[in-house]
Ligand binder design. Structure first.
Ligand code: Q46
Ligand code: ZN
Ligand code: ZN
Length: 325
């Protein structure tokens, strides 16, 4: 027997066990948008008049979030600005940049592109060959996080949004427990408040949205996203096992992912922020040590810390006719 949508006469295309809902395409898409809007309001992630920087790689998660945030920006009253970082990884970066440009044109979104080759004179592969490291993704993470923060600070934006979803976050939480490394555990909350002038507020609007529903949202909304993998990506066996384990529990007890995340977030949000007030002695942005990871990394690979250069480049781009002005 064909099951019907809970809210209209159309055929249901999906059953969401934890919400006990069968939904048609349109109401499913509306449901996902409402999940994002709900957490943004509940966790006071943005307020009317804010300008939010959304990092979009071109992958399905960030493309879907751009689409959804654009959808709700008028209702909440914030302005969305897209940031894309061109890492210079051959065809992968070329295609990603094209896709991000396309969605920005289609939705008429302000965007800023930081091109490592043009703006800093090196690409991620240059970095890798100089450092001869195998920890490529953690190096890439340092570069991307630094650029996001520096852009938000230079452009005086109110928050940085990233597309980490419930499955990503729970996997990191469990992984940190398994390997007994809690260094970054407290950052796995829906919002971390910034420090004026040196660290931007960071928000995760997909905190309670499951990866499989984001994939379906992208498909039903016919959104274009990058379909080739970054050549440096590789499977992390431990994370794959943890993801399967979490999915097994969810299948037996629908909604447990969300309740685990809510309990985790409540506990850590109550603990409050760690008192990190250090500034990098080279670039001035927030750092856990005297020199930030980005300045340390660039000094090691290129003989000089490039944080301040990058900050200047970003403000230059901003002044030189970016529509954000
Ligand atoms: S872009 Fe960078 Fe990813 Fe490529 S090098 Fe690794 S982290 S896999 S999301
Ligand atoms: Zn319906
Ligand atoms: Zn620095």
């Amino acid at each position: 027997m064909i099951s019907r949508c809970r809210y209209c006469d159309k055929e249901a295309v999906i059953r969401i066990p934890y919400a006990k809902l069968s939904l048609c395409v349109d109401h499913f898409r509306g449901f996902i948008v409402s999940r994002v809007e709900d957490i943004i309001k509940r966790c006071k992630m943005v307020k009317q008049g804010d300008r939010v920087l959304l990092a979009v790689s071109g992958g399905k998660d960030s493309i879907a979030l751009a689409h959804i945030m654009n959808n709700i920006s008028d209702r909440i009253g914030f302005k969305l600005v897209i940031l894309h970082i061109d890492l210079g990884i051959g065809e992968y970066s070329k295609k990603s940049r094209e896709i991000v440009k396309n969605i920005c044109n289609k939705l008429n979104l302000d965007n800023i592109i930081i091109d490592l080759r043009q703006d800093l004179g090196f690409t991620l592969p240059d970095f890798i060959s100089r450092l001869r490291t195998r920890r490529i993704c953690s190096l890439c993470g340092i570069v991307k996080r630094y650029i996001m923060n520096a852009t938000a600070i230079e452009l005086k934006l109110d928050a940085i949004a990233t597309a980490h979803h419930a499955d990503d976050i729970l996997t990191y939480i469990v992984k940190n427990f398994v390997i007994q490394d809690y260094t970054y555990t407290r950052k796995l909350v829906p919002i971390t408040r910034g420090i004026p002038g040196i660290a931007a507020t960071k928000i995760k609007p997909f905190y309670e949205v499951y990866e499989k529903y984001i994939a379906l949202y992208t498909m039903y909304s016919k959104l274009e996203f990058i379909d080739i993998e970054c050549p440096y990506s590789k499977d992390n066996d431990l994370e794959t096992i943890i993801r399967r384990f979490i999915d097994d529990i969810e299948n037996k007890s629908p909604g447990i992912k969300i309740s685990m995340l809510r309990r985790f977030a409540n506990k850590y949000l109550q603990l409050g922020e760690e008192d990190i007030t250090k500034n990098c002695s080279f670039c001035g942005l927030v750092s856990q040590k005297d020199i930030c990871s980005f300045c340390k990394l660039t000094e090691k690979s290129f003989g000089k810390p490039l944080g301040i250069e990058l900050r200047n480049k970003i403000s230059e781009k901003f002044i030189l006719g970016n529509s954000l002005a």
